[in-house]
Design a protein around this ligand. Structure first.
Ligand code: ACO
Length: 446
């Protein structure tokens, strides 16, 4: 099979969100702390009526419908999520309900977990399967998404919720390029050791440094591998038309786009973008080890500044979903990809190249490219993104806090019927109907 990649993409968007401006007032923090300091605009949330399984059923059923997929023609489903309900039973097993009527039980694939990276592991698995000798000619599906919630404190404003489902197969418009630059290490920046709570343990500053350090490593490895494979090509960000990042919050993405320019400057200071950089300006960090400049404010300021216009062109169109929904953990990177294909008409994207940076705390990260080898117009139309994001309702912060408190209280309950209203879901969404006295979950559709 040739040109294996993404044939279709669909988002699951919760119906409700809060404004980060309102949250600044509600929390009594300084004006601009969340909106300017962290670059946040809105954040989606849900109550006890939804869980990661209802997200998955909503996203995948909608993908099947909108792309008119024959359920018998699906041979693999990969799930990436870090929203765990069960230590053994995979979210994937619930998705088998969507294929039961057609009698298709021959579907490989299961859940992948490592913070926000599970989605990329899932995508690589699906693509590798289609490219492998065990491929049986059918399509694969990747589901990824999360309910990103933090306890009260500095991190709460960078939560969110949402999910993405993708159809994977040959002759795709969005083709995965073969070179990956990957960095994996053992870190404790963000983790969820307490299974009685939905909230992570997070060292925010360390998670930012680990994210940025992983980007450094992945990009260096990516370039080295590309140089080896294509010795005549110049490998830098000029080779990409769009840059998609795992997006925990807007400000980090902007800083990391600047960071890639810093690497390009280190590799080739003669590139036109850097012509204004004088010896005097760069002397303090020119010969500093890369890892020492991760928290260097001068480096950050210079390269974010130089990249301002490029950021608007290359990165801003990828942020539509994260600006409305906040962080979706595993769904974030692919929500950003959906934002791009959902905001630029198909003919304008054809022939372009997209860089992807996946990061999952703990940590696992990859930098890789996508080539747009066909029209993405169908994805643009099916996503109908602008209208769907606009249709999300902005609610008072107190409702969000009440929903968080309700989730906290009900997180581990059995013999339980959720109290959240199904009116707070868009039509066609799945919802949690009941958790019985054996913790078995059943779902309905709005
Ligand atoms: N107006 C404008 N800017 C402001 C204001 C204000 N009123 N108040 C603060 N700021 C700026 C600060 O100057 C700082 O700017 P800088 O980043 O340029 O230095 C920025 O806002 C952040 O403020 P801090 O006080 O440094 O940090 P804060 O306590 O708000 O915490 C953090 C931020 C660490 C990101 C926290 O939200 C967190 O722990 N988040 C969860 C972890 C996370 O998302 N990590 C990312 C990678 S891993 C993942 O995906 C989960």
């Amino acid at each position: 099979p040739q040109n294996v990649g993404i044939l279709g993409i669909e988002m699951y968007l919760p119906k409700r969100c809060i404004s980060e401006t309102d949250l600044e007032t509600y929390d009594g923090v300084s004006t601009g702390k969340y909106t300017i300091g962290l670059g946040q605009q809105y954040m989606a949330y849900i109550d006890d009526r939804e869980d990661i399984i209802s997200f998955a059923l909503s996203a995948v059923s909608s993908l099947l419908k909108k792309y008119d997929v024959d359920p018998l023609n699906v041979g693999r489903i990969e799930v990436g999520t870090e929203t765990l309900i069960d230590k053994s039973k995979a979210v994937k097993t619930h998705l088998m309900d969507l294929f039961a009527d057609a009698g298709n039980t021959d579907i490989e694939g299961i859940d992948s977990k490592n913070a926000c990276y599970g989605s990329t592991a899932a995508l690589f698995n699906a693509v590798n399967w289609v490219e492998s000798s065990s491929w049986d000619g059918r399509l694969a599906i990747v589901f990824c998404g999360d309910i990103a919630v933090y306890e009260e404190g500095a991190a709460r404003a960078v939560g969110g919720a949402g999910a993405c489902a993708m159809l994977i197969g040959p002759n795709a418009p969005l083709v995965l390029e073969p070179v990956h630059g990957t960095h994996m290490a053992n870190t404790y920046d963000f983790y969820k050791p307490d299974l009685s709570s939905e909230y992570p343990y997070v060292d925010g500053k360390l998670s930012n440094v680990t994210y940025t350090g992983a980007l450094d490593k992945c990009y260096a490895t990516y370039r080295a591998k590309m140089n080896k494979r294509f010795p005549d090509e110049k490998v830098n960000m000029d080779g990409f038309d769009y840059a998609v990042f795992h997006s925990p919050y807007g400000k980090l993405v902007q800083k990391c786009h600047g960071r890639l320019l810093y690497h390009d400057w280190l590799a080739d200071p003669s590139l036109p973008l850097y012509s204004g950089l004088t010896e005097e300006v760069t002397a303090p960090f020119k010969n500093a080890p890369v890892e020492k400049t991760i928290t260097d404010k001068a480096v950050e300021k210079i390269f974010v500044g130089l990249g301002k216009k490029l950021y608007q062109e290359r990165v801003h169109p990828t942020l539509k979903c994260s600006e409305r929904c906040g962080n979706m953990y595993t769904g974030s990177l692919y929500g950003c990809l959906a934002s791009l294909v959902g905001s630029i008409p198909g003919q304008q994207l054809e022939g372009k190249r997209i860089s992807m940076f996946a990061y999952g705390a703990g940590c696992a990260a990859s930098f890789f490219g996508l080539s747009v080898k066909g029209s993405t117009q169908k994805m643009f139309e099916v996503l109908d993104l602008e209208a769907r994001l606009a249709a999300m309702e902005v609610r008072p912060c107190q409702e969000y806090v009440d929903a968080m408190n309700l989730r906290e209280k009900t997180h581990t309950l059995k013999d339980y019927t959720p109290v959240g209203s199904v009116d707070d879901l868009f039509p066609g969404s799945y919802y949690l109907e009941r958790v019985d006295d054996q913790y078995r979950r059943t779902y309905g559709v709005v």
